[in-house]
Design a protein around this ligand. Sequence first.
Ligand code: FAD
Length: 116
Amino acid sequence: ARRPDCPLDKNELGHSTWGLLHTMAATYPDKPTPEQKCDMTQFITLLSKFYPCHICAEDLRAELKVDPPKTDSQEVLSQWLCRLHNKVNIKLGKEVFDCSKVNERWRDGWSDGSCD
Ligand code: FAD
């Protein structure tokens, strides 16, 4: 078996990064200040410059040009990020995630209590 302390491969890096991004969106303010909005856009833009998977970063930069980060509120940012992730899912032939469930998945936990 692969040791648990090896450098991240593309999938591990992606899985961890989506976890960070969706959780950041889940805890983003409902009413962000202009500075918070600007900072979040910067964070995502800078991620697209330094993301350590070259092809992923290139695609992300292209995608951000077409559909720049929407940072007006927790709901708006989470939905924007869900759509972004779904574009990658489609590209990779993965299942599309139902974005109406994004706060259950990343903020509140499932309504059946299975995350409590
Ligand atoms: P992941 O796609 O990592 O998803 C993790 C979890 O998020 C899922 O288990 C699910 O519960 C939840 N989820 C799934 N979709 C959504 C959604 N739309 N909204 C909210 N939650 C969701 N890999 C490549 O091979 N080529 C690429 O070009 C590429 N580009 C990437 C670009 C970015 C910005 C990132 C962060 C990753 C990229 N990846 C790319 C990695 C790829 O997206 C996956 O992370 C990787 O294939 C591992 O997939 P996974 O099955 O663990 O699930």
